[in-house]
Design a protein around this ligand. Structure first.
Ligand code: HEM
Length: 404
């Protein structure tokens, strides 16, 4: 059978957006996003029985801020194997979402991120130094995958054994959730792992956050195991996957933008802007989804009550109406407005921790010679929503000597 031409696939996806289309990949997605954004403020796709798509910055931002109209309580991941539990707090609306969020916030406050910083520096140095000493390595396998998991585990209190299993379980979940009929192939393994962590926290409490969480209350009664599970899947999945992908993009951007490594090394005050610009230009969580709780008008189009709406954050973050020169990586954009961490009541709980983690990585890298790409990585959608790297082979430029 003759393969479809790329421009035909792009055209097809602009007309009928489908994030699980077999040809959907991050480069193609850029063209599709642009096409949808240029065509109109509101798009409708016939995929999955009909979904609405918003791609303009002002509309995506407004929808994320209006959780009463755009609810996430019917699930943000679709299609979805029957029996997949909701991820807390994302797949709940207030006041339930607020109750979960209140319990889940303590390990991620700015003060806690500051407190964890020395430990983060040690973790990062332990991962980076062997690669630099060897002169080459894979920054995905050796840094972007292990670091976020280690950091979330440190913040939350997952044991080393749990940490080792979470990555595999997460990949298995994303691979099966959109296609399996039931959650039997992935959820029981997660549930078993979380049950072990809960048992450990109850029977041998330490000074970690999980040991406190298992003793918390919701609505004046003790938190149930089921509630603990949906919160733990929130930590495990939301926390490491997203950071892993964002960090991969940051490390990739450093290699592909000439002079960026030297610039950051000479002017470390630009490092926060480099982190934010990575999240804007290479939005690792490409979209969110919501259900409308009432008829709502956007740009003259009425989206009926009970509709599924895809909020294309990746397209919004490159909307020229909000970000001049949107396709360029720039460090002079000023105030952070991108939607890489979402916004509104579901704004990312881990944003401060992730930012701190990435700054620690940038500072550590600035202590060493620069690096360059040594082979092309492949970027792909893991679940139609998160953009991953298969690898990031790099070579350190030893001849430059240490910069400082
Ligand atoms: C750079 C790394 C990260 C990115 C890009 C990211 C992205 C996001 C986005 C876009 C949302 C909003 C989703 C929506 O509204 O549909 C979100 C929410 C969330 N993130 Fe992150 N995240 C990151 C790191 C983390 C970390 C380290 C954690 C820690 C466990 C975390 C935990 C959460 C949780 C629990 C929510 C749901 C909040 C709520 O519903 O109230 N994230 N994240």
């Amino acid at each position: 059978m003759k393969a479809e031409r790329e421009e035909d696939v792009v055209e097809q996806l602009i007309s009928d957006f489908d994030h699980h289309h077999p040809r959907f990949d991050p480069d193609l997605a850029c063209l599709v996003h642009r096409g949808i954004r240029n065509r109109s403020r509101v798009a409708f796709s016939r995929a999955y029985g009909g979904v609405w798509v918003l791609s303009h910055y002002r509309d995506v931002e407004a929808a994320l801020r209006d959780h009463e109209t755009f609810s996430s309580a019917s699930g943000v991941f679709f299609p979805r194997a029957a029996g997949t539990p909701p991820f807390a707090p994302l797949e709940y609306d207030p006041p339930r979402q607020t109750a979960f969020r209140t319990l889940m916030k303590p390990p991620f406050t700015p003060a806690r991120a500051r407190q964890l910083e020395p430990e983060l520096r040690r973790l990062v140095a332990d991962l980076v130094e062997p690669i630099v000493a060897r002169g080459c390595g894979d920054l995905v396998a050796e840094l972007a995958v292990p670091l976020p998991l280690a950091v979330v585990s440190l913040a939350v209190g997952f044991t080393d054994a749990a940490q080792r299993r979470i990555r595999d379980l997460t990949s298995n979940t994303w691979a099966r959730m959109p296609s399996d009929e039931s959650a039997e192939g992935f959820w029981p393994q997660f549930a078993e792992l979380f049950q072990e962590e809960i048992r450990r926290a109850r029977e041998q409490p330490g000074d970690d956050y999980l040991s406190t969480l298992v003793r918390e209350t919701i609505d004046g009664r003790p938190v149930t195991d089921e509630e603990l599970h949906v919160m733990m899947v929130g930590f495990a999945v939301a926390g490491h996957e997203t950071s892993m992908n964002a960090l991969s993009h940051l490390l990739w951007q450093l290699a592909r933008e000439p002079g960026l490594q030297d610039r950051l090394s000479k002017r470390p005050e630009l490092m926060p802007a480099a982190v934010e610009e990575t999240l804007r230009l290479w939005t690792p969580v490409d979209h969110g989804t919501r259900f409308t709780t009432r008829d709502v008008e956007v740009g003259g189009v009425v989206i009926p009550r009970g509709s599924r709406v895809i909020l294309l954050a990746g397209a919004a973050n490159r909307d020229p109406a909000e970000f001049p020169d949107p396709e360029r990586f720039r460090l002079d954009r000023g105030l952070v407005r991108h939607l890489g961490f979402g916004t509104g009541v579901h704004f990312c709980i881990g944003a401060q921790l992730a930012r701190t983690e990435f700054l620690v990585v940038l500072r550590e890298l600035a202590r060493h010679p620069g690096y360059e790409l040594f082979g092309e990585p492949r970027r792909f959608y893991e679940n139609g929503r998160h953009i991953c790297f298969d690898r990031l082979p790099v070579r350190f430029r030893a001849q430059l000597g240490h910069r400082r």
